[in-house]
Design a protein around this ligand. Structure first.
Ligand code: AOF
Ligand code: ZN
Length: 367
C-alpha cells in the first residue's frame, strides 16, 4: 500500500505549479508534474505554453537518470497521442519510472484513458484519482472546450447589493473594492477572451486589458454590436493592446464595417436577425480556438447569454452599497421567469468575503 499522505503531498505540489500556469496555455490545460525518488524531489515541470513541452517532458528532463525507479505525479493523465509534442506516456515508459500517480483522466476524446492503459500495458503501476476534484477544477475550461468545441464562458458582474451596475446617471466608479477589482483582473488573465456589448463600450470606453499588480496577459476583446454603434475612436479599436473582434449581423452598415476593419478590428457577421446570434458567435470562437471567454456584459447581454444556455460559471461581486433608481441598470435584465421555482439556481455555490465585498460563484444550470 502506498502512503496516501505522501501521494497527496506531492500531488498538491504538482497542482500548485499547474495553477500558476492557468491562463497562459491557450486552449491547452494547465498541467503540473513532480518526480520523486526515495523521498527526494528529482524533477519538477509544468506545461507553460501551447506547442511547447508538456509538464512531464520538463520534469523528466530535469530528473535525467534519477527518473529510474521513481514515481511521477501528474495532475492530468499523460497523453497518448502525437500532437504538437510526442506522447508523454511513452516518454514516462522510456524514462524508467515505475509508478505514475494521476489526479484525473484527460477529457480529450483522443486520450480519455488511453494514456493510462498504455502505461499499465508497459508494466507501470498507475494510481488514478489522487486530489481528483482539484485536478478537475483546474481543467474545467479545457474540459468544456475539448468535448463541445464551444468556449467555457464565465459570467462576471460587480454590482451594488440591489443589483445595480451603475447609477441612473451612468456613474459606475467604483462599485467594488480594490481587492475585488484585482480579482477581476486575475480573471482576465485566466481567460483567452473578454466579451462585452457595445453599450458598455459607449458608456465607459473601457480598455478591457489586464492590469494586475503582477504582470498578466491581455485577453482578446470580443464586442457584441448588432448595429455597429461602436465609435471608431473607442479604446478597444485604437489602443492596439490586444486583438478586437466585433460581432454584428448581416444588416450592419457596410461603410462602418470597412472603417472598423481598416483600423485593425475584425468584423464578423453572426446571424441575420435583429440581434447577434450568440450561439453562432460562440461557435465561431470555438472554431478559432478561443476556449475561454470572460463575459463582463451589461444586464441585457448577461440575460441573453444566460437564457441561451451559454454560461458555464457565474461569479458575482457585491459591494455593501444600495444605489436604487428604477432606471439604474441592473446586472441581469431579461424577461424573467413566472414562477420562483423556475429561476436559475446556482449549483456548487461558493461564498467568499473580500474585505467588505462578497463574491458568490456557482454553476447556473446544474452540473
Ligand atoms: C499531458 N501533459 O502537460 C498537457 C497535456 O497539442 P499538444 O501536443 O500540446 O497536445 C495537447 C493535448 O495534450 C491536450 O488536448 C490534452 O489532451 C493534453 N495535454 N497532456 O500529458 C501536459 N498539457
Ligand atoms: Zn503530454
Amino acid at each position: 500500500m502506498h502512503d496516501v499522505i505522501n501521494d497527496e503531498f506531492y500531488m498538491q505540489l504538482a497542482l500548485d505549479m499547474a495553477e500558476r500556469a492557468v491562463g497562459q496555455t491557450e486552449i491547452n490545460p494547465a498541467v503540473g508534474c513532480v518526480i520523486v525518488r526515495e523521498g527526494r524531489v528529482v524533477g519538477l515541470g509544468a506545461h507553460l505554453k501551447r506547442g511547447e513541452g508538456h509538464a512531464e517532458v520538463h520534469a523528466l528532463h530535469m530528473a535525467g537518470d534519477s527518473a529510474q525507479g521513481a514515481t511521477a505525479y501528474v495532475t492530468l493523465e499523460p497523453c497518448s497521442h502525437y500532437g504538437k509534442t510526442p506522447p508523454c506516456s511513452l516518454r514516462l515508459v522510456e524514462s524508467g519510472v515505475c509508478r505514475v500517480v494521476v489526479a484525473c483522466q484527460d477529457p480529450n476524446p483522443t486520450v480519455a484513458g488511453n494514456g493510462i492503459s498504455l502505461l499499465r500495458a508497459n508494466g507501470i503501476e498507475v494510481t488514478v484519482g489522487v486530489l481528483e476534484e482539484r485536478g478537475r477544477e483546474l481543467i474545467e475550461m479545457f474540459a468544456k472546450y475539448i468535448t463541445t468545441r464551444l468556449p467555457y464562458v464565465t459570467l462576471k458582474t460587480a454590482s451594488t447589493l440591489d443589483g445595480k451596475i451603475a447609477t441612473s446617471t451612468g456613474d459606475s466608479k467604483w462599485i467594488s473594492n480594490a481587492e475585488a477589482r484585482e480579482r477581476v483582473h486575475a480573471m482576465r488573465h485566466r481567460h483567452q477572451a473578454i466579451m462585452v456589448g457595445s453599450g458598455t463600450v459607449l458608456a465607459d470606453n473601457p480598455s478591457l486589458t489586464t492590469r494586475l499588480a503582477v504582470a498578466g496577459l491581455h485577453p482578446m476583446r470580443l464586442i457584441v454590436d448588432s448595429k455597429l454603434r461602436l465609435p471608431i475612436d473607442a479604446r478597444v479599436v485604437t489602443d492596439g493592446l490586444a486583438p478586437t473582434v466585433i460581432f454584428t449581423t448581416s444588416h450592419a452598415d457596410e461603410v462602418k464595417r470597412i472603417a472598423l476593419q481598416k483600423l485593425g478590428a475584425e468584423v464578423i457577421t453572426a446571424g441575420d436577425g435583429e440581434h447577434v446570434d450568440l450561439r453562432q458567435m460562440m461557435t465561431w470562437c470555438g472554431q478559432h480556438e478561443i476556449g475561454s471567454v470572460l463575459l463582463e456584459g451589461g444586464g441585457q447581454l448577461n440575460g441573453a447569454m444566460l437564457e441561451a444556455g451559454l454560461i458555464d460559471k457565474v461569479i458575482l461581486f457585491y459591494a455593501p452599497i444600495i444605489a436604487g433608481g428604477s432606471l439604474a441598470p441592473g446586472n441581469f435584465s431579461f424577461a424573467g421567469v413566472e414562477r420562483m421555482q423556475d429561476a436559475y439556481r446556482l449549483q456548487q455555490v461558493k461564498v467568499e468575503t473580500l474585505g467588505d465585498n462578497i463574491c458568490i460563484s456557482g454553476y447556473p444550470y446544474g452540473k
